[in-house]
Design a binder for this molecule. Structure first.
Ligand SMILES: [Zn+2]
Length: 310
């Protein structure tokens, strides 16, 4: 329920932040007829279903994205609590916390991260922007959370205060994420002579690093590349098949081989000019890594034989 309410607020952020509007006032209104939305029409998910995705006044369609964001935020908050309560004990043990770890703190960290990432994924998908209003406070929140929930990639006997160590690990994650994406962005600009990754991606990755630490940041970069590559292949093949079908209709005298080649050239051209939403891939990879990352790393170490001997 808590997640659904935050999802509803997140919709306001996703719509207003890239347009540089205040997220506090004015009240929510229909973008088509500007009629203010009554409280009883603003119930997460339910209102969208009851109104069948249309404005009560002007019947303009309301994007299913609103209900989807609410539902996703609600689900991720529920997952946050489930995973936090299952893992708080082992995390405390692994990071040598003398008094254990309150699972509510871990759940809060997961919820905050989910909220920020969902907001960034959807604004990037829709507007190709990653608002500073989410990434910059996100970096601060990630660093602050390390003081109450441990990030313990590396330990040293020189520092016996776990909070100091955790903050250093969080800071290292943020710097690593920031540096790698900035490096890739500068390299791409030098080679191709145009901007590939925006500065928003750099701040997004610094935020992810601050929340997750060095090891999971590397996992996010790996998973993000895999998801992005799969998306790229899917996009090219999809455009190619559509173009091929159209060419077979319009140029029926042409041989299949020629049609295939022409359709392929046009698919590659579209792909080259397509602005790839890296934020969507990195954000999705970060959600996956936050919830399942450590289990995935442990599993990999076990099957590859690199893990600690038991
Ligand atoms: Zn309306």
């Amino acid at each position: 329920m808590f997640g659904l309410v935050f999802g509803s607020f997140l919709n306001v952020c996703i719509y207003r932040m890239p347009r540089e509007m205040s997220v506090v006032s004015p009240r929510s209104a229909c973008p088509a007829c500007e009629a203010p939305i009554a409280a009883y029409d603003n119930i997460p998910v339910l209102s969208w279903l009851i109104l069948r995705g249309k404005c009560r006044k002007c019947k303009a369609p309301i994007s299913p994205r609103y209900a989807a964001v609410e539902l996703l935020t609600g689900s991720l908050f529920a997952v946050s609590f489930l995973i936090a309560f299952r893992n708080a004990g082992s995390l405390a043990e692994q990071c040598n916390l003398p008094d254990g770890l309150n699972p509510f703190l871990l759940a809060a960290k997961f919820c905050v991260l989910s909220f920020l990432l969902l907001g960034l994924i959807f604004t990037d998908a829709e507007t190709k922007l990653l608002p500073d209003l989410l990434t910059k406070p996100g970096i601060g929140l990630g660093l602050a959370f390390s003081l109450i929930v441990p990030v313990c990639d590396y330990t040293t006997r020189a520092i016996d205060n776990w909070r100091v160590l955790s903050l250093l690990n969080s800071l290292a994650g943020a710097v690593l994420g920031w540096a790698i994406i900035l490096g890739i962005a500068l390299l791409y600009e030098a080679v191709r002579g145009m901007e590939g990754m925006g500065r928003g991606d750099v701040k997004l990755m610094a935020m992810i690093g601050a929340f997750l630490g060095v090891r999971l940041t590397l996992l996010v970069l790996l998973l993000g590349s895999v998801i992005g590559s799969l998306f790229g292949v899917f996009l090219i093949v999809w455009v190619w098949l559509k173009r091929l079908a159209r060419r077979r209709r319009t140029h029926s005298a042409e041989s299949l081989g020629v049609s295939r080649r022409r359709a392929w050239q046009s698919a590659i051209l579209i792909y080259r000019n397509f602005e790839i939403p890296f934020g969507v891939f990195l954000g999705t990879a970060a959600l996956f890594s936050a919830f399942l990352g450590m289990a995935l790393v442990r599993w990999y170490l076990r099957i590859s034989g690199f893990g600690p001997a038991r």
